[in-house]
Design a protein around this ligand. Sequence first.
Ligand code: HEM
Length: 492
Amino acid sequence: MDSIFLLSTTTTITIILYAAVVVVFFTFIFINKRRCPSKPPSSTVAVKRILSGTMGWPFIGETLDFISCGYTDHPQSFIDKRRLLYGKVFKSHLFGSPTIVSTDAEVSKIILQSDANSFVPSYPKSLTELMGDSSILRINGSLHRRIHGLIGSFFKSPYLKAQVTSNMRKLLLKSMAKWKEDGPIYIQDETKHIAFQVLAKVLIGLDPGEEMEFLRIQFQKFIAGLMSLPIKLPGTQLHRSLEAKKKMVKLVLQIIRDKRINGGSISQLDSKDVVDVLLNDKSEKLTDELISDNMIDLMIPGEDSVPLLITLAIKYLSDCPKALHQLKEENLEVKRRKKDLGDPLRWDDYLSLPFTQNVITETLRLGNIIMGVIRKAMKDVEIKGYLIPKGWCVLTHFRSVHLDDNNHESPLQFNPWRWQDRDTSSGSSTCFTPFGGGLRLCPGLDLARLEASIFLHHFVTEFRWIAEDDTIINFPTVRMKNRMPIWIKREN
Ligand code: HEM
């Protein structure tokens, strides 16, 4: 999968000018050409017979079209146009690789569920440089399954959910107490700040303070390189990002050493953060270096996605007073009930509110924080009669499935009620895959829903607000053009 699709790092990206993207893109072309050869080693004839589509210009393919549509109000237009002409699965040439674009939910599901014998994630060179060889985002096979499983079950554990709830509530209330009524609050920035601290606590057990601030600053430098030119020379962005990663890894290694000295071997059940979980694993040889590297890599998908989810929810609610009213009523009701009992809300209280969950689900569907993922075929693979040749990339485009009116009625409308009485647990539906699926299903999905539920609860029960005009930008990552400024009034 390509970083452009997985990552939602606002950071870089807010300031990347169109021209810069084009430059980066040209570099990817040359790098990627080596990874995904533009001429498939076999089966060209079969693909031409079965799959329609155009390969665009030499080298560039159709990437410029893809990018320019991404910057407009109709980011879907690139895909919609071709889908009408060629069908739900078509061929193209994107980001330096011959690519099959799948907007067919069933085809995408099969691809996501395939193992590494058939498909592996594909990333641009700069990102693979920054992630390192043993990153969970890149590795395959038994080590990947082990690490993914350990992290996934820890993120699902009641212990972690309780810890996240109390930590996030503390951070959120502290932030909200500082909000002023006589100036705009930038929701995208506020949510980013809080979510980063929650993530650092979950991953490495860090509390707010100097080390947290150091990590935050270095992380910003690090992700600035995710979309950079893949040149490692001193003075280049990639070099600066690698240096920042080294500093973060050093900090995490120190934390690991302290844990080893102080904790000895605590049991898996006593694990307080992801570092503990991996340190306690006896079945695989997880070195300190592998663990510390992965802690930084885990921040890549975790850092920006949750803030975006919350920001988009607030954007959609601001534009839909009926949904906001119902959400507020539901949250006020639980707040009153818990107050009468003299208890604060627990993690399962936040997650038990059906309309709140429907708002989050609908935000995930309409917002498409991760528009899709890219895989590379390791051998010729046939799916539903389409032949995907070895060496080609496949873009499983979630956004097309989420915005297809055959799958979701009036798909461009924010309609949380559509999820009433429907199973919204991710992974269970072919037409709703905001968290991917199969072996690489996002392990952070429960965490994301919980954080969004906590934020929305406190936000809608404690404030009224007016949102300034702002627009959603969809490329290279989803974000608000003006960071979502709102003017608040505290509720009595
Ligand atoms: C709204 C929030 C989020 C969304 C929409 C999201 C979406 C996704 C998607 C689509 C994938 C699949 C990538 C693929 O198939 O290659 C993924 C993977 C992943 N996500 Fe999330 N994610 C979110 C939050 C988080 C959080 C909070 C974490 C916590 C660290 C996280 C950690 C990961 C990891 C580690 C992977 C890679 C799994 C693997 O390759 O085995 N995500 N995410």
